[in-house]
Design a protein around this ligand. Structure first.
Ligand SMILES: C[S@@+](CC[C@H](N)C(=O)[O-])C[C@H]1O[C@@H](n2cnc3c(N)ncnc32)[C@H](O)[C@@H]1O
Length: 315
């Protein structure tokens, strides 16, 4: 076998072309290993022992930043919309993120509106939760509502980023929102988008501005305006007013779990299951204990099957 010291001599005997290709191959292998190592050492996400489809945020063909993709996925997972609208589809990246989160929820439909979509995803990866209308917003919004089966509880506006168009998109969408619906704007740092949002909020008391939730602006894409950013509006529900009423929100969740909702009482406001058990019982726990109908606090409940996997409820 050739010793290490002989390698340069052997190499020099090889034709120059072969030497170059061997060098390229070695560099290629080294780069592949480096990339693989970097990927493996990345976020704990890859190590989660979970059937969640959160990995879609890495593969979806979209111009959204990673923080925006993660926010969008998490928002859909958490809020659990039943009927969603997306204005601006392009390659289908945001559609993939939303429908995969819906599939994880076990509920939800998304209708996309775009006159010239360029889908780069396999429809089967949208889990039968997607309808595409190859039409313009705002004209197509009533048909989108029909396709969704009712008023929208979530809308992503990411169509034409021009003040005039965003104004029309918002005006077109508002009459088709359910109480408590959210409107999420992408590229919300764009001056035209931001101005249209501000004017809509100022003109309509039912729209609550939740501000910029993803706030890394792309200041290099264009000379005249920044891009990227997520901004959220909420349509206050008639029953809640400007602020959310917790009883209204949790009522259907208790019902879905087949449990009776504990009444919201003044003497339970300073109750905390851990504090009452480990440190000192609250007024309510004390009263209950002295009446002899309960311990100072129930043990911390493990999430049971009924609540952990409860069917999503339209809030
Ligand atoms: C920024 S891309 C959408 C990206 C997509 N939401 C994603 O992240 O994967 C904007 C899209 O809006 C579409 N568009 C332009 N004018 C529109 C309109 N009036 N109604 C609906 N879509 C429109 C364009 O065809 C383009 O595909």
């Amino acid at each position: 076998m050739a010793s290490k010291g002989m390698m340069p001599a052997i190499k020099s005997m090889l034709p120059a072309k072969l030497r170059t290709s061997l060098g390229d191959a070695r560099r290629g292998v080294r780069n592949t290993f480096r990339a693989a190592r970097k990927r493996i050492a990345r976020a704990d996400l890859y190590r989660l022992d979970t059937p969640e489809r959160v990995g879609v945020v890495f593969t979806a063909p979209s111009d959204m930043r990673i923080d925006e993709r993660l926010f969008l996925y998490s928002f859909i997972r958490g809020f659990k919309p039943q009927r969603a609208l997306e204005i601006g589809v392009a390659r289908g990246g945001s559609a993939a993120i939303i429908t995969n989160a819906m599939e994880d929820n076990g509920a939800g439909r998304l209708v996309g509106v775009d006159p010239t979509p360029d889908l780069r995803i396999d429809m089967k990866h949208l889990h039968g939760r997607y309808t595409l209308l190859t039409e313009y917003s705002p004209q197509a919004i009533p048909a989108a509502r029909d396709a969704a089966g009712g008023p929208f509880d979530f809308v992503l506006i990411d169509g034409l980023h021009m003040y005039d168009q965003v104004k029309k998109d918002i005006a077109g969408v508002v009459p088709h929102l359910a109480d408590g619906a959210y409107i999420l704007f992408h590229d919300a740092f764009h001056y035209g988008v931001a101005t249209a949002i501000r004017e809509a909020v100022e003109a309509d008391d039912s729209l609550v501005d939740c501000g910029y939730l993803c706030r890394t602006a792309n200041v290099a894409a264009d000379r005249w305006t920044p891009y990227n950013g997520f901004r959220l509006l909420r349509r206050a529900s008639a029953s809640d007013g400007k602020s959310v009423d917790v009883e209204h929100v949790v009522g259907p969740l208790y019902a879905a779990a087949g449990r009776q909702r504990p009444p919201l009482r003044r003497d339970a406001l300073n109750h905390d299951v851990w504090y009452c058990r480990e440190v000192s019982p609250c007024e309510r726990c004390r009263a209950e204990a002295s009446a002899g109908n309960g311990s100072t606090a129930e043990p911390l409940a493990k999430p049971d099957a009924a609540t952990a996997g409860s069917s999503p409820v339209n809030l």
